[in-house]
Ligand binder design. Structure first.
Ligand code: NAD
Length: 497
């Protein structure tokens, strides 16, 4: 039976959890003994203090990962063995679904219904996917002349670090950790300081599933300390992170200034979503677009924050957006009927409010929302916003808000829509709504983005690559392509007499 709001409140009061890092299979404080306070954006309640680690702790974790790698306790096991452990981890996560989901909701404020049905399910499926895949992938023999055999084999990188944000804390970590572990690497994970709790739990569950100590470590702390340290570390072979574009640039520097470690970036977005009059069900397109923009409080790298609409259907689209926005009135994240929860913290809330005020000053019209609400709870809640009269040169159309703010930009035709869609430094996701096959192909071919949805948004599957063009990133996550990031190709040329 599904839990009620009261059940979740009780569970939130009773839950016990750790704020310690996990290094070499043990829960530990940072070397300095310092901690930082962790507060829930739901109502400001105190969560456990979290270990404030530093570069010395990262050294410990990397050394532990290296020892495990060299000893072959994981890297030297068969793919079938790794598969068994990873699938066991997936099952453990499913068994503990409610507890893990509750941690995610308390830590970063998303609705509990989303944490249980989307985040935890997707995390378990991801460990299953890479576990199941890894003993089905063959290496190659190159088509050389007959006097040689050239083997092309994949080898794990060694010790890799993953640095992740808070919006899907556990899932963003898993998109990296699952393929990295499947390939035989050791991993050091650094969660965002706003949401460390599920990362800690994930490593505890991995140990319980049989991942040997040292193979998967979590080091908590701030970006400039614990994020920077693996970036500059001479014994980290690869660093993979999901974060904002400005921090992504810093990571490129870390790699360049240290050992040229392999690098993967999943960065920000300002996704364009084009609704054309050639789509027969304007209201459906508008409804889906609004749901996608407000899902997860708009704290989505793929958030379709720029809705580009043909002028002839602008009025109908906006009326539908306003209707949907009403369904996203922020509510208690522990109530299963809530569709919009809390933003991650007060700083991020202020940043979002500043963007809304700037948009107004620049000439955009607030059609609904844009106020802070539920302030008496001590939490961080903002009503979803629909802005019209937006032009693509306004700050609101150029910078990533990472909140529930949807800007509508009116255009005359398809060509103009594509020009506006591409007029951004980002290139993560995009969409076009049309019933005309030729238009669909032309627009999808014309848009410079890693994901183009046609007549849908945020359709999701582990089997397809995820990542961005332009300043939205380097490389791809998900699908079998992700394994390329965590492996090196080795050629072994055997001369045959
Ligand atoms: P952020 O860039 O502030 O922080 C992300 C991570 O980097 C955190 O763990 C943080 O501690 C660390 N960090 C920050 N400064 C650092 C530094 N100087 N050195 C090393 N590490 C540092 O991002 P955020 O606010 O946590 O997350 C939101 C951003 O993440 C948005 O821009 C969003 O688009 C992006 N994101 C991208 C994807 C994707 O797949 N493309 C997915 C989710 C989020």
């Amino acid at each position: 039976m599904e839990r009620t709001s009261g059940d979740w409140q009780d569970a939130a009061t009773a839950i016990t959890f750790s704020g310690q890092s996990v290094i070499d299979g043990k829960s530990v404080d940072g070397l300095s003994g310092k901690t930082f306070a962790s507060k829930s954006p739901i109502d400001g309640r105190h969560l456990p203090d979290v270990a404030l680690c530093d570069a010395g702790d990262v050294d410990r974790a990397v050394a532990s990962g290296r020892r495990a790698f060299e000893a072959g306790v994981w890297s030297g096991t068969t793919p079938a063995d790794r598969k068994r452990v990873m699938r066991c981890l997936a099952d453990l996560i499913r068994t503990q679904r409610d507890e893990v989901a509750l941690l995610e909701t308390l830590d970063m404020g998303k609705p509990i219904g989303d944490s249980t049905s989307i985040d935890v399910r997707a995390v378990a499926n991801c460990f299953d996917y890479y576990g199941a895949a890894i003993d089905k992938i063959y290496d190659e023999i190159a088509p050389t002349a007959r006097n040689a055999i050239a083997l092309v084999t994949r080898e794990p990188l060694g010790v890799v670090a993953a640095v992740v944000p808070w919006n899907f804390s556990m899932l963003m970590a898993t998109w990296k950790v699952a393929p990295a572990l499947a390939a035989g690497n050791s991993v050091v994970l650094k969660p965002a300081e706003q949401s460390s709790l599920t990362a800690i739990r994930l490593v505890e569950l991995a140990l319980g599933a049989g991942v040997p100590p040292g193979v998967f470590n979590v080091v908590t702390g701030t970006g400039p300390d614990v994020g920077r340290a693996p970036g500059l570390h001479m014994d980290v072979d690869g660093i993979f992170f999901t974060c904002s574009t400005p921090v992504g640039r810093i990571f490129m520097e870390y790699s360049a200034r240290s050992n040229l470690k392999k690098i993967g970036l999943e960065l920000g977005g300002k996704s364009a979503n084009i609704i054309l009059s050639s789509y027969r069900d304007t209201a459906h397109a508008a409804r889906t677009s609004a749901h996608s923009a407000f899902f997860n409080q708009g704290e989505m790298c793929t958030c379709p924050s720029r809705l580009i609409v043909e002028r002839t259907i602008h009025h109908e689209v906006v009326e539908t957006l306003l209707e949907v926005a009403r369904d996203y009135a922020p509510g208690d994240p522990l109530d299963p009927s809530t569709s919009m929860g809390a933003l991650v913290d007060h700083r991020h809330t202020k940043r979002g409010m500043d963007f809304i005020r700037t948009a107004e000053r620049d000439g955009a019209t607030i059609r609904t929302g844009g106020r802070q609400v539920r302030e008496d709870t001590g939490g961080c809640y903002v009503e979803p916003v629909v802005l019209t009269d937006v032009t693509n040169d306004m700050t609101i159309a150029r910078e990533e808000v990472f909140g529930p703010v949807l800007s509508v930009i009116a255009v005359d035709d398809m060509d103009k829509a594509v020009r506006v869609a591409n007029d951004t430094p980002f290139g993560l996701a995009s969409a076009v709504w049309t019933d005309d096959l030729t238009t669909a192909h032309k627009v999808s071919a014309g848009i410079r983005a890693g994901l183009v949805y046609v007549n849908c948004y945020d359709c999701d599957d582990l089997t397809v690559p995820f990542g961005g063009f332009k300043q939205s990133g380097i490389g791809r996550e998900r699908s079998l392509h992700a394994l390329d990031r965590y492996t090196e190709l080795k050629t072994t040329w055997i001369a045959l007499g």
